[in-house]
Write a protein that binds this ligand. Structure first.
Ligand code: NAP
Length: 311
C-alpha cells in the first residue's frame, strides 16, 4: 500500500521554474487590524507557510509585522514562506502598477514577492479611492485600460526580479483565455472561489496553472458547508472536524487553498489535515450543490468586504 502524502506540507510546482506554492494557505482577509496581527502570527506558529494578502484588505502592514516577528523569532526564513499580494482595481493603468507593487512590498516589509495577482479583471477609475462611485452609487469603471495592458506591466515586474510568479484572481474562463493566449509569461496561478466551474479547473490542469481556491469553508457562512450533513457524517466517521474534511478534500482534489482561521486553536485545527479515505473523497465529489457566495467575479466589487469609502 502506498503511503498517503502529508497534505499539511504539500507543495505544488509553478511553471517556468518559478518555485512551488504550499497547497495549504492562510488568507488575511481580516477586517480588524489587531486580529490580523495575532491570527497571522498564530497561523505561522501552527505551521502555515503560505500567506495571501491584498492591498484592498488594508492590513498589509499588520501582516508584515506578524511575518517579521515570526521570522525574527528564528526557525523560519524568508525562503520558507510564500507570500502573495494583489493589485487592486483602481491601479490597473500600467503606470500605476509598479508604484502599487512597491507600496505593498514596503507595507509587507519584504523585498520580493512569491506571487502577484491582478485582484479582479475589472478596472476601476484610477486613483486612491478603492471604491469609486458616481452620484447614484454605481461603481465607476475605467474603460481606457485593457486587462492585457495590466498583464504586460506585471510581466515586467517578473523581468525585473521583483516577483517570482504572476497570476489572476476572480476570473472566468472566457476572460482568462485571451490573456493566456497573448501572455509572454503565462499565469502561474488563478485564485477563485473554491467551487468554480469545472471547465476552469480542467483548463488550469491542462495548462499547468495552479487553481488556488478561496472560501473552502464557505466563508464560515451558516447554513453552509461546515454544517453540511455529508461532511459532518464523514467527519464523525474518520475522527476529524468538518473543517478538516473540507480542507483535505480541496488539497486532494489537486487545488491549493486559502483558509482564514482567526484563533490559535483554529489555526492548529485547520493545519492538521490528513488524506481522506477514497470512499469519503468520492462521496464529497458527488455533492451536487453549486452555489457561488461571492459576486466579485461578476462586478469587481468584493462581496466579503463591507462597503466603506476608502479615499
Ligand atoms: N480573490 C478574492 O476576491 C478573494 C475573496 C475572498 C477571499 N479571498 C482570500 O481567501 C481567504 C480565505 O477565504 P475565506 O475567509 O472565505 O475562508 P474560509 O476559511 O472559507 O472562511 C473563513 C471563516 O470560516 C470560519 N472558520 C475558519 N476555520 C474554522 C473551523 N475550523 N471551524 C469552523 N469555522 C471556521 C471563520 O469564522 P470565524 O470568523 O468565526 O473564525 C472564518 O470567518 C481570504 O482570507 C482571502 O485571503 C480572496
Amino acid at each position: 500500500m502506498t503511503e498517503s502524502p502529508d497534505l499539511r506540507t504539500m507543495k505544488i510546482p509553478l511553471h517556468h521554474g518559478s518555485g512551488h506554492i504550499p497547497a495549504l494557505g492562510f488568507g488575511t482577509l481580516i477586517p480588524d487590524p489587531a486580529v490580523t496581527l495575532t491570527a497571522t502570527r498564530d497561523a505561522l506558529e501552527a505551521g502555515f507557510r503560505h500567506f495571501d494578502c491584498a492591498e484592498r484588505y488594508q492590513n498589509e502592514r499588520e501582516v508584515g509585522d506578524a511575518l517579521q516577528s515570526g521570522l525574527a523569532a528564528g526557525g523560519v526564513t524568508r525562503e520558507d514562506i510564500f507570500v502573495t499580494t494583489k493589485l487592486w482595481n483602481s491601479n490597473h493603468r500600467p503606470e500605476r502598477v509598479e508604484p502599487a507593487f512597491q507600496a505593498s512590498l514596503e507595507r509587507l516589509r519584504l523585498n520580493y514577492l512569491d506571487l502577484y495577482l491582478i485582484h479582479t479583471p475589472f478596472a476601476f477609475q484610477p486613483g486612491d479611492d478603492q471604491d469609486p462611485r458616481d452620484q447614484d452609487g454605481n461603481v465607476i469603471y475605467d474603460r481606457d485600460v485593457t486587462l492585457l495592458d495590466t498583464w504586460r506591466a506585471l510581466e515586467s515586474l517578473v523581468d525585473q526580479g521583483k516577483c517570482r510568479a504572476i497570476g489572476l484572481s476572480d476570473i472566468t474562463l472566457d476572460k482568462l483565455l485571451p490573456i493566456y493566449e497573448a501572455a509572454r509569461i503565462k499565469p502561474a496561478v488563478i485564485q477563485v472561489e473554491s467551487h468554480p466551474e469545472t471547465e476552469l479547473l480542467e483548463f488550469c490542469n491542462q495548462k499547468g496553472i495552479v487553481l488556488l481556491a478561496f472560501a473552502p469553508l464557505g466563508h464560515g457562512m451558516k447554513p453552509g458547508l461546515i454544517g453540511d450533513p455529508v461532511i459532518s457524517a464523514i467527519a464523525a466517521r474518520i475522527g476529524k472536524t468538518p473543517a478538516q474534511v473540507l480542507l483535505a478534500w480541496a488539497v486532494q482534489r489537486g487545488t491549493a487553498l486559502l483558509t482564514t482561521p482567526k484563533s490559535a486553536a483554529r489555526a492548529r485545527e485547520n493545519f492538521d489535515i490528513s488524506a481522506l479515505p477514497d470512499d469519503a473523497f468520492d462521496e464529497i465529489n458527488r455533492i451536487q450543490t453549486r452555489q457561488r457566495l461571492n459576486d466579485v467575479v461578476n462586478t469587481g466589487s468584493p462581496g466579503f468586504i463591507p462597503r466603506t469609502t476608502t479615499v
